[in-house]
Design a protein around this ligand. Structure first.
Ligand SMILES: Cc1cc2nc3c(=O)[nH]c(=O)nc-3n(C[C@H](O)[C@H](O)[C@H](O)COP(=O)(O)OP(=O)(O)OC[C@H]3O[C@@H](n4cnc5c(N)ncnc54)[C@H](O)[C@@H]3O)c2cc1C
Length: 342
């Protein structure tokens, strides 16, 4: 039986706002667990623009998406948050006043006093290639992510795409697969040049195959793949025998299960009040890009402000009998002790 994880706050989404929420909750002695569908923290900053500069973080004239994520991770380290990456929060149920039970698609169950929805634009989901009938093979022979490499041991793998994910998994799985074929529509790759060179060296050594073209159809039965049919820009269609296909066509953002959590959405966003950033359900908060209120700007700095006010209200649910005293980190020895600097 799955053991229930009991803690003060469950933060849904480990983007910049979810990460900063750990800090604000931590200063007020609240422990947090974070769940994110991605296999890394940082949300849009890490997934969509890791190398791009951000110029409007207060006090930091220039930082990349990756740099900001790293800085937030080091800022929240003293509070020891627990991360559950590669999992999606599917359900939230009110079981007390306030007490919530939340479940993930990875089978985890949480019981928490407050829920902080920091789900940004929703869930990042893999883009499905336009191959007729591909749904019938998904999670049986077609996978959009590699959760356990060993699943692909001794398989004939067809990896499709030309970005970093396609090239990284080609290089990582080639040693354990029976045979890897990488297929990309053209002979130019978006992936890091070093990975492309390594892949080309494996092809030259006869250790894997590279094919140009696009998958047009799949052959198999009952979700068990036998081959993929492909068509190059120029030349004749061809067939690649394979047991497994791994398409890496990037990610798209979809609202996902947020719509089923009992909160009426406004244009796919969660309405909140601007004093506490709480939803209509007491104890469930929404911060960052996922929320809406008059004047809302989808900026990281706005999400940081929202996290600070959210934590003030969350405190009253987690410690109903305690009085909250407002303090500055500059002058409070108690806060500095929590941060490990006093
Ligand atoms: C190209 C680009 C440039 C940008 N430049 C700037 C800029 O210069 N300055 C600025 O302030 N902002 C900028 N932004 C916007 C900024 O990135 C967002 O405002 C910010 O990322 C919002 O943070 P967040 O934590 O609310 O959400 P996100 O960063 O979107 O993170 C949300 C996380 O929640 C996860 N999630 C969603 N649903 C679930 C679920 N059910 N279960 C588990 N996990 C879930 C997602 O996987 C995601 O990782 C830019 C955005 C883009 C795309």
């Amino acid at each position: 039986m799955t053991e229930t994880i009991k803690t003060d706050a469950l933060i849904i989404g480990a983007g910049p706002c979810g990460l900063f929420a750990v800090f604000e909750l931590g200063l007020l002695d609240m422990k947090a667990h974070l769940v994110d569908i991605l296999d890394k923290v940082g949300g849009q900053c890490a997934e969509l623009y890791p190398e791009k500069p951000i110029y409007d973080i207060p006090g930091i004239p220039y930082i990349t998406g990756h740099g900001l994520t790293d800085a937030l991770m080091s800022q929240i380290k003293p509070f020891g948050p627990t991360f559950h990456l590669g999992e999606m929060v599917q359900t939230i149920e009110k079981i007390g006043d306030p007490l919530f039970r939340a479940t993930t698609d990875g089978g985890k169950v949480f019981e928490v006093k407050v829920v902080v929805i920091a789900a940004g634009g929703g869930s990042f989901q893999p883009k499905r290639p336009p191959v007729p009938g591909i749904e019938a093979y998904e999670d049986k022979s077609v996978f959009y992510a590699v959760r356990k490499m060993d699943m692909f041991r001794d398989k004939r793998l067809l990896i499709v795409g030309g970005g970093d994910s396609a090239l990284d998994w080609t290089l990582n799985l080639q040693p354990i697969a029976q045979r890897v074929t990488l297929m990309h529509r053209r002979d130019q790759f978006r992936a890091a040049p070093d990975s492309v060179n390594k892949m080309k060296a494996l092809v030259a050594a006869g250790k894997m195959d590279l094919k140009l073209g696009q998958v047009t159809a799949l052959e198999g039965e009952g979700g068990v793949l036998r081959a993929a049919l492909a068509k190059p820009d120029k030349g004749e269609p061809y067939r690649v025998e394979c047991d497994t296909m791994l398409p890496f066509f990037g990610l798209t953002m979809k609202l996902g299960p947020v719509a089923n959590w009992g909160i009426t959405l406004q244009n796919e966003l969660i309405p909140v009040d601007t004093a506490k950033f709480e939803t209509v359900v007491p104890g469930i908060f929404a911060i960052g890009d996922i929320n809406t209120y008059p004047g809302k700007l989808k900026l990281i700095l706005c999400g940081f402000h929202e996290a600070a006010l959210m934590a003030q209200q969350a405190y009253h649910y987690v410690f109903p009998d305690k009085r909250l005293v407002f303090q500055y980190t500059t002058s409070s020895t108690s806060l500095q002790r929590k941060l490990g600097v006093a």
